[in-house]
Write a protein that binds this ligand. Structure first.
Ligand code: NAD
Length: 287
């Protein structure tokens, strides 16, 4: 039986700390605000946006939501971002991905002022993560680092295997582990003999988007297993990318789905929004 790394519990602790920090900021006339942009009618995106709004309310962060139908034009979104970039009451801007297919996601992300880019997807922030000198860390990898801290494994010198190389999860995850002195391997859809690689991992992070992809026989006994996947099955049940039943018999610590990485992602978004408010108050968004 492995230790369950409960993101629900850890994120609850982090959110109450953030609530206290928000009160202090407000006493110092710094008012954090988050704008969330949603385009299209993806039901999962709707749920994520609702959860983000709810977290803002819990913590005391002002929030605005902008919803567009799936036939929104690129210019409409760009104009809104331009307005939000200049708006004093907004410290952070989040564009919920994926966007409708006819919209160029890169162009939209590049238009966000890097100082308000609380998702840390703008190339300026991506570059800063690479050098290790960053203000914002992408929310999912940042949340995973917090969960790893809850396990008994020291990242220094550990074999860390990240399965998945997306810009949102896999790549920044690998960088954060590297900054903490992990020996990092990134696997992807073209990796050969995947099991041989995952079997050597002391810390295994799985972000592929395939239900129950990693099974117990692919895991080193005692490893920390972080399951990033959120897959909705035909019976509406949510499952991860790791087959929990077989994995938890081998792993030393494991995250559940739901209640693992998901709530941590939202807590880290809130943390980034407070950081953005502080940075913008100190330096101004245009400097
Ligand atoms: P993505 O589709 O952008 O990337 C998937 C990655 O998996 C790719 O890099 C690909 O190379 C790799 N892959 C695909 N098939 C593979 C195979 N057979 N062997 C090895 N690697 C393979 O996905 P993403 O945005 O990184 O998301 C991954 C999963 O994490 C999804 O289920 C998504 O819903 C979930 N997710 C969860 C959170 C959260 O907060 N919990 C946040 C972001 C994404």
């Amino acid at each position: 039986m492995s230790k369950i790394l409960s993101g629900k519990e850890v994120s609850g602790r982090i959110k109450s700390e953030l609530k206290e920090q928000t009160e202090i900021l407000k006493k110092n006339n710094i008012f954090p605000g988050l704008a969330v942009i949603l385009a299209g009618d993806d039901p999962a995106s709707r749920v994520y946006v609702n959860n983000k709004k709810k977290a803002c309310e819990e913590i005391g962060i002002y929030s605005e939501e902008y919803t567009f139908s799936s036939d929104v034009t690129e210019d409409e979104i760009l104009d809104l971002i331009d307005e939000l970039n200049k708006k004093d009451s907004i410290s952070g801007i989040l564009v919920q991905l994926p966007l409708p297919k006819h919209i160029d996601e890169k162009k939209i992300i590049n238009s966000i002022n890097p100082k308000k880019d609380v998702d840390a997807f703008h190339p300026v922030n991506v570059g800063k993560i690479m050098t290790g000198n960053y203000d914002f860390v992408p929310c999912t990898p940042a949340g995973i680092m917090e969960l790893i801290k809850e396990s008994d494994i020291d990242i220094t010198g550990a074999n860390c295997v990240v399965v998945g190389r997306s810009n949102i999860v896999g790549k920044p995850m690998a960088m954060l582990l590297l900054h903490q002195n992990g020996t990092v391997t990134i696997c992807h859809s073209k990796t050969k003999e995947l099991k041989e690689v995952t079997k050597k991992a002391d810390i295994l992070v799985v972000a592929v988007g395939i239900p129950n992809f990693v099974t117990g026989d692919m895991i080193k006994p005692g490893a920390v297993v972080i399951d990033v996947g959120i897959n909705r099955m035909p019976d509406k049940k949510l499952v991860g990318d790791v087959e929990f039943e077989t994995a938890e018999k081998v792993a030393g610590a494991i995250t559940p789905v739901p209640g693992g990485v998901g709530p941590m992602t939202i807590a880290m978004l809130m943390k980034n929004t407070l950081k953005a408010a502080e940075i913008n108050a100190k330096k101004g968004v245009n400097r």
